[in-house]
Design a protein around this ligand. Structure first.
Ligand SMILES: *Cc1c(COP(=O)(O)O)cnc(C)c1O
Length: 493
């Protein structure tokens, strides 16, 4: 470092304001009112340290270095007269970033309606209102208003669940994985559970039937082969140690070709002959016949009970369209046993879940309005013409902000139900497709575009396929479309 540079540095460092002075600088008091003195002090100190570091680095290298990651604004060779204003701006940006929720609303334009990574089902307003009440008021969560005695939180909704499914009894836990774990723990400890090899599925991440079985202390008795399992395979596996026959809905994959599986009615007859219960993990169990809206056939919970299943487990936030939960329905004495298991206490749902679940279930009493009022079903049944019209409104706005680097076109595409309906079943949709005109290096340019869309105030998540970034507009309903269009101007590439 030259002597001139050292002197210059010393002079510059001397002009960096002291913390105390910063606290009375213009613009700081409003920050204190919002964030409190403690946080503002920390922010100012951090900004001052960063500024000193920046000056030192500049003097050492004869060049300016990048400001600390994510800092608001850091022009090179800052004017000492603007140090104060810079610190206020920098501290303000830092405080604002820290105050933002880490869970944020995004636009799900992936085309997968029930997207596990994006939070699955969106809930109707009735559920939102009920959650607000539950959050801000004491409630009869475990209190019998008739007798004044202690109640059971399941009592709030088990009758409604039974009404909608035809089951004798019901209980609710945290999610369907918990429902399966609890069922096996309660009904088959140290005993055998017979499952077809074709149904030993993994459902995203850590949910694998054999692992859950081991955790529950049950012994897995695999029967049949990956593609074919026959009634006699179950018959031959049954022995005095057998506690349960189990069937798992292959939600996320399909075996096609030379296949044979034993349907639930047939399995129920086998179980009955041996005086054993049969449980069916339906995964995305639906409460109504989806084919009436032209959607793919999925087994209903009621149909499964009627076919002879003694227990059925399913998710609350898949096709049902409610909050994350696992529902267990079936024969009273089995549900009683499940509810008495200590794990039930560990896996029970919170009051917010129950508050949200009840109004969603109640919507099923008016099937005429379901496709309009149940958000999940409304999205799944949106006519392609809606998405087409939306895409025609969105396309020119996007093309305008993206300029010549990308082309934006309106195109037909297919959405998926997601979370447990067969991935081969696709729903006709429309969206906008973003491409790089000069095809060279399009992968990189598309990744850059994806990143810029994620950096928007409300991040946009699409999907890359066939050398293009596709934005499926199925989940972009009217109010969202307006917000989407409004924020397009902020896209920075
Ligand atoms: C989704 C699914 C699960 C897990 O349900 P969560 O509610 O996500 O815990 C279990 N079994 C099947 C068959 C599923 O489809």
């Amino acid at each position: 470092m030259s002597e001139l540079a050292t002197g210059d540095l010393r002079a510059r460092l001397a002009r960096v304001p002291a913390v105390e002075r910063m606290l009375s600088a213009p613009g700081v008091q409003p920050l204190i009112e919002v964030y409190g003195r403690t946080q503002v002090l920390a922010a100012v100190r951090a900004s001052l340290d960063a500024l000193r570091g920046e000056l030192l680095a500049q003097a050492n290298n004869g060049e300016h270095v990048r400001d600390r990651a994510g800092s608001a604004a850091s022009p090179p060779n800052r004017d000492p007269d603007s140090y104060e204003a810079h610190i206020v701006a920098d501290a303000g940006a830092w405080l604002a970033r820290r105050a933002r929720s880490s869970m944020r609303a995004v636009f799900n334009l992936t085309g997968t309606v029930l997207h596990t990574n994006l939070g699955r089902a969106l809930l109707p307003d009735e559920a939102v209102q009920a959650v607000i009440v539950a959050l801000t008021h004491a409630s009869n969560l475990e209190f019998d208003l008739e007798t004044g005695a202690r109640g059971d939180r399941d009592d709030l909704i088990d009758e409604l669940i039974c009404e909608l499914t035809g089951a004798e009894a019901a209980t609710v836990v945290n999610n369907n994985a918990a429902a399966v774990l609890l069922t096996l723990s309660a009904l088959a400890p140290k005993k055998e559970v017979v499952v077809s090899r074709g149904e030993l599925v993994e459902i995203g991440g850590a949910f694998r039937i054999p692992d859950i079985m081991a955790r529950a202390g049950a012994r897995l008795r695999e029967v049949g082969t990956t593609n074919r399992t026959h009634p006699k395979d179950y018959e031959e596996a049954i022995n005095p140690r057998t506690a349960l026959l189990m069937k798992v809905h292959c939600s996320n994959y399909a075996i096609s070709g030379f296949t044979k599986s034993v349907e639930i009615d047939e399995l129920a007859r086998i179980a009955q002959r041996h005086a054993l219960p049969v449980a069916f993990d339906l995964g995305s169990g639906t409460l109504t016949d989806l084919t009436q809206w032209g959607l793919p056939a999925e087994p209903t919970v009621r149909g499964t009970i009627e076919a002879g299943a003694d227990l059925v487990t399913f998710s609350g936030d898949k096709l049902l369209g409610g909050p994350q939960a696992g529902l267990i329905v079936g024969r009273s004495e089995l549900i009683r046993k499940i509810k008495k298991h200590p794990l039930k206490r560990a896996l029970r749902v919170g009051k917010l879940t129950l508050a949200a679940l009840e109004p969603v279930l109640r919507l099923y009493r008016a099937p005429e309005f379901l496709a309009e009022r149940l958000t999940t079903l409304r999205l799944l049944t949106r006519p392609a013409a809606d998405m087409h019209a939306s895409a025609r409104r969105v396309q020119p706005v996007l093309q305008q902000v993206l300029g010549e680097r990308y082309t934006v076109s309106v195109e037909p595409m297919f959405s998926q139900i997601g979370s447990g309906a067969l991935p081969v079943d696709q729903l006709a949709s429309y969206g906008v497709v973003l491409r790089v005109p000069a095809a060279r290096r399009s992968g990189r340019a598309l990744a850059q575009l994806e990143k810029a869309l994620r950096a928007l105030p409300r991040p946009v998540v699409g999907r890359i396929a066939d050398d293009a970034l596709k934005l499926d507009l199925r989940c972009l309903e009217a109010a969202d479309e307006a917000q989407f269009i409004a924020q397009c101007a902020e896209l920075r590439l």
